[in-house]
Design a protein. Structure first.
Length: 779
């Protein structure tokens, strides 16, 4: 069997077992070190099998993205969408050019750089003064003077060189002006994952620097490896009237974002985040699901037939594709059925990108504190904390291969933009005109109901059907038509279904009638309807175009009856199909062959890449090459990564106890970055001083391991997923000697500073935000 990725999965399992052992045995093998080796390996695949003791939340299911394995900081392949947008000038290689202020950056991205069919891409932005992000305390105590701005994009644009760039669901900003930092999450097409980046020194007169972030830090909260967001009602945002009122006391606009906006905007961001969250699941099925077929040939053809079905589905307006086609059943559904038998666990678990709704001002109103002191309400209780591990949002059960195959097809379909689909439709139509694609008529019998309105207007309802003797299915056509004299001016086809094999499983619905003609011919009424979606032909689930629909009926001979306000008649419908999908089916077959021969990698076990697939299809169809974004990164300057601070521990000066901090905490708390607090940065003496300053909060975060679940008021440290990544289970950690060492060290610090620090139990009862800050504030 050649299950590339799945064998990686097993490689992982043994690698991790090895790590668990080394963590237990070796004294100096730091978590950070174990980590970097896991991270390097994680670059090879995107998910791992869960050991039973390790992931109670998703017993026996695989994660589409596993928070225990964030992957390498730098992209394992390709680059982020953001890099392509800010680093690639029209002339090629350039350094990052991130316009300031923020509104200029957003506008630059949304505005197409070359004229075309595009308007500016829609931008959705909210303001979050008291949030849960890594930047949440940067503006303290003036939270409302400098709210965080969160931005997502919809639609598509034209980027450098005029290439079309899909922005929808793929690019997000989190900007806190006080921190001079923009956090960026954007999709990496070639690697099939979201990248986490930081733009630092982002201010007037600054030299903005773009770096890949320390991924383990981001993934501690972004457990799904992508964007996360509050669930409705989004009470942290300016959609909450009380938040908006407090912001309006400062300004009516921040960074180009109006305070006075309703919940439709956070709702749209939430929806984008949810869609983005599923991309990893689709990629997993594309790579590993197809790899569960019995042969390599089957694996490649599974991807080819998924692609055909996905294109049909999009061309039909996301309404139908042929789930009964023999190739689809054998190759796509068949491969997914292989997942259940290949002992891949019970299903694919999708992480939860949603955080419980939190209203930071709820307590503020009731309390007697001064109206402008928000420090106390800034605290994030464990139940609301994005650091708290979230159980799977849903599990796609491998026992239901029809369902899993449907997820895959509908998901791959979402990687194409609306413009891609329009363009493909246009190409098919042009090729049909050129090649003389065959036409075919389908006839149905109809009930026609005519209602006359004032001034020669009529409303005509039609309900047609025809049985197909071969398949026992019925073709059907239902809708209404609005006629003014001899002109059809509106109406819609509510349902259009076909009985023939291959037509697609589901009927087409809600097709607008865009016009047509209405006339009498030899005593018969002939209505010819023009149907289209977005200016391109309506297509059914086999990809073929519905070229026209003609209705005919004979009105009563009696003139008085014919002019009655309402009448019924029997009639007929002829649906003319233009069978023009063949070039795509042929191009995909050719792509399957070239992937088998190794001359293309479009259908290989790599992530699904829209640009590679469309470019290859164009080639096979014989179209001139177009410019595509964002797979080929040769024109970009090399990527930069956020530096981790040097290992002071190498000097060997650390006492044993401080080493334990380095081992478990350095991954996230030793860097030049102030968030999360970098208390392990500096010389051994500085680190000791930092730990002493942070002692109160260290105590709380470590003491939380004594409690479980809902008894925890704060999230314990280190994050559970990090322990899992090193092969340490929660129960093992709670009784680990290293944990007592850490706690003992902190207890000593607190005792040494007794009077000022307060009793340890009092610390656990106090409002966390009113404890001494972990590190003194800079400046
Ligand atoms: C302490 C938890 C936490 C950490 C750690 C964290 N984030 Fe976030 N992040 C959030 C939360 C919560 C949101 C959504 C609400 C908000 O922005 O206030 C968010 C939102 C974002 C957004 C806006 C898009 C979205 O997901 O809604 C970006 C971009 C972002 N984070 C980037 C990063 C990067 C890059 C890192 C690593 C350097 C990081 N985050 C680390 C909690 C965190
Ligand atoms: C995988 C990354 C990661 C590791 C490993 C990690 N932390 Fe954290 N830590 C974070 C993040 C993220 C935050 C949240 C910051 C926030 O809420 O804004 C945090 C917050 C904290 C805080 C609270 C800081 C404050 O200002 O309130 C303390 C204390 C802390 N960690 C201690 C530790 C200790 C001790 C260890 C090791 C035993 C550790 N952490 C390991 C990521 C990590």
């Amino acid at each position: 069997v050649n299950l590339v990725h799945l064998s990686n999965v097993f490689l992982f399992r043994s690698a991790r077992a090895g790590l668990a052992r080394s963590a237990a045995l070796a004294a100096v093998a730091g978590l950070a070190m174990a980590w970097s080796c896991v991270a390097a390996m994680a670059a090879a695949t995107s998910s791992v099998v869960h050991g039973d003791a390790i992931a109670p939340a998703t017993a026996n299911a695989l994660w589409s993205v596993d928070p225990a394995f964030p992957g390498a900081d730098l992209p394992p392949a390709g680059r982020s969408l953001f890099d392509f947008l800010v680093m690639q000038g029209d002339a090629g290689r350039e350094t990052a050019d991130v316009p300031f202020p923020f509104s200029a950056l957003v506008e630059r991205i949304a505005t197409p750089r070359r004229a075309g069919a595009h308007d500016a891409a829609p931008v959705r932005a909210v303001l979050i003064p008291l949030g849960r992000s890594l930047q949440r305390s940067a503006a303290a105590p003036d939270f409302f003077a400098s709210p965080r701005v969160v931005v997502s994009f919809a639609g598509e644009t034209r980027g450098p060189g005029g290439a079309e760039v899909a922005l929808r669901d793929r690019l997000y900003f989190g900007y806190q002006p006080r921190a001079n930092v923009i956090e960026v999450i954007s999709y990496n097409e070639a690697a099939g994952r979201f990248e986490f980046q930081i733009v630092s020194d982002y201010r007037a007169g600054g030299r903005a620097k773009v770096r890949y972030a320390r991924r383990p830090v981001c993934i501690a909260c972004h457990q799904n490896g992508g964007p996360i967001f509050s669930r409705g009602l989004w009470s942290e945002t300016n959609a909450n009237p009380r938040i908006a009122a407090a912001l309006l006391r400062e300004k009516s606009r921040f960074e180009g974002v109006d305070v006075a906006r309703g919940i439709d905007i956070p709702d749209a961001i939430d929806a984008a985040v949810r869609r983005a969250n599923r991309m990893a699941g689709y990629q997993w099925l594309w790579r590993n699901g197809c790899a569960a077929s019995a042969t390599r040939d089957g694996e490649i053809r599974c991807r080819g037939q998924t692609l055909v079905a996905a294109l049909r589905y999009r061309l039909s307006g996301r309404q139908s594709y042929d789930a009964a086609a023999p190739e689809y059943r054998e190759l796509v559904r068949g491969a997914m059925a292989g997942l259940a038998t290949a002992q891949r666990g019970a299903g694919l678990a999708l992480p939860d990108p949603g955080l419980p709704n939190r209203d930071p001002l709820l307590d503020h109103a009731i309390g007697s504190r001064s109206a402008n002191d928000y420090a106390a309400v800034a605290d994030v209780a464990a139940a609301y904390d994005p650091l708290t591990p979230r159980p799977a949002l849903e599990i796609w059960p491998f026992a239901d291969p029809d369902f899993v195959a449907r997820q895959l097809v509908a998901g791959i379909a979402e990687f194409f933009t609306d413009a891609d689909v329009r363009r493909l439709g246009d190409q098919l139509r042009a090729a049909a005109a050129w090649n003389g694609a065959p036409r075919r008529d389908v006839t149905l019998a109809c009930d026609i109901g005519v209602t006359r309105r004032e001034a020669g207007q009529q409303r005509i309802a039609f309900a047609c059907s025809a049985a197909d003797a071969g398949t026992q299915r019925r073709a059907q056509l239902q809708g209404t038509l609005l006629v003014d004299g001899v002109r059809i001016y509106g109406g819609s086809v509510e349902r259009l279904g076909f009985a023939d094999d291959g037509a697609g499983t589901d009927a087409l619905r809600n097709i607008a009638i865009g016009g047509g003609t209405f006339r009498m011919r030899r005593g018969e009424v002939v209505a010819t309807l023009r149907v289209a979606r977005d200016g391109t032909p309506v297509r059914r689930g086999d990809g073929h175009a519905v070229e026209s629909i003609r209705l005919t009926w004979v009105p009563p001979h009696d003139a008085a009856k014919a002019a009655a306000p309402a009448l019924r008649a029997r009639g007929a419908a002829t649906v003319t199909l233009l069978e023009d999908f063949a070039p795509i089916a042929r191009a995909v077959s050719a792509l399957e062959r070239s992937t088998q021969e190794g001359t293309s990698d479009a259908l290989s076990a790599q992530p699904f890449r829209r640009a590679s697939v469309l470019a290859a299809l164009d080639r096979e169809i014989g179209l001139p090459p177009a410019r595509w974004c964002c797979v080929d990164d040769r024109a970009l300057p090399p990527p930069a990564v956020e530096e981790r601070a040097a290992l002071a521990i190498d000097a060997g000066e650390e006492a044993g106890e401080e080493r334990v901090f380095h081992r478990y905490c350095a991954l996230c708390h030793r860097s030049d970055d102030p968030a999360p607090p970098n208390f392990l940065n500096g010389t051994p003496a500085q680190v000791r001083a930092n730990l002493a300053h942070c002692a109160q909060r260290l105590h709380v975060r470590l003491a939380m391991w004594e409690r479980t679940g809902s008894e925890r008021t704060k999230t314990p440290m280190p994050p559970l997923a990090t322990l899992h990544g090193a092969g340490i289970s929660e129960s093992a950690w709670r009784s680990a000697e290293d944990l007592s060492t850490l706690r003992g060290y902190v207890a000593k610090l607190l005792r040494a500073d007794g009077a000022r620090q307060g009793g340890t139990d009092a610390l656990l009862r106090a409002n966390y935000e009113q404890l001494r800050e972990c590190l003194p504030r800079a400046g």
